[in-house]
Design a protein around this ligand. Structure first.
Ligand code: SF4
Length: 228
């Protein structure tokens, strides 16, 4: 059965909660940045593909060799997928990641003069690039409004109460667009990653140490249960 639409009052309450979360996390993590290292937009495209089911820290190590051997789009586009796979294998899923990276770099070379396209829809058409990656590029590279619904964003949004038991990334993204000021989206998602790693762990959230405890739905529910 389709979920009912949020009422105006529910929407207003979620917007208010979102603003409070944004302010608290800004104070907690003043610097919001992507934890993937890159100097050029095309490098972030490569790294974000490698980051699927792999840690950002490992990706940052692996791409050092990759970018040293293939220092620009043309060089990487000219490489055979097998050559790329040999380097990116430690990130897991080496075969499919290498195939996507190769195809993506060849599209950049052949259709975009070795540049990364600047619109969301064009990014989304690149091989191996989904909404999460396209949003990351829009926000981090081009400074445009973006909401990156990775595992931290989805977990925290549900726990805090910004969305209600929604796990599908695109649905979470669409709901967050309704309640987050667009210019805050990209930085907020980076801060969700920091907070998810430091405090709101997937298995063991440290609610007693959390700067959101008094406004977080999950912490409030747990507290009420403990008192009953
Ligand atoms: S209060 Fe607990 S559940 Fe809520 S965001 Fe903080 S750590 Fe996560």
């Amino acid at each position: 059965m389709p979920k009912k639409q949020m009422s105006a009052a529910e929407l207003a309450a979620k917007k208010e909660l979102a603003l409070a979360v944004i302010e608290r996390l800004k104070a907690e993590y003043p610097d919001a940045a992507c934890s993937l290292d890159y100097d050029h937009a095309w490098q972030l495209l490569v790294s974000v593909r490698l980051a699927a089911q792999c840690t950002d820290a490992r990706v940052n190590v692996v791409v050092e060799d990759l970018f040293a051997k293939y220092p620009n789009v043309a060089a990487l586009a000219a490489a055979e997928p097998e050559e790329i796979e040999a380097i990116v294998k430690p990130c897991g899923l080496g075969h499919s990641k290498a195939r996507d990276i190769s195809a993506c770099m060849r599209v950049l070379r052949d259709q975009y003069n070795c540049q990364v396209p600047t619109t969301f829809d064009e990014l989304l058409k690149l091989p191996g690039v989904g909404r999460k990656s396209a949003n990351l590029i829009m926000g981090d590279v081009f400074g445009k409004p973006a909401i990156v619904t990775d595992t931290h964003c989805i977990r925290l949004s549900n726990r805090i109460g910004l969305v209600d038991n929604v796990k599908e990334p695109q649905k979470v993204e669409m709901l967050l667009w309704q309640i987050i000021p667009p210019e805050e989206g990209s930085d907020l998602c980076h801060r969700f990653v920091y907070h998810g790693r430091a405090v709101c762990d997937a298995r063991k959230p440290l609610c007693e140490k959390c700067c959101l405890a008094d406004i977080c739905r999950t912490a409030q529910a747990n507290q009420a249960e403990a008192q009953s």
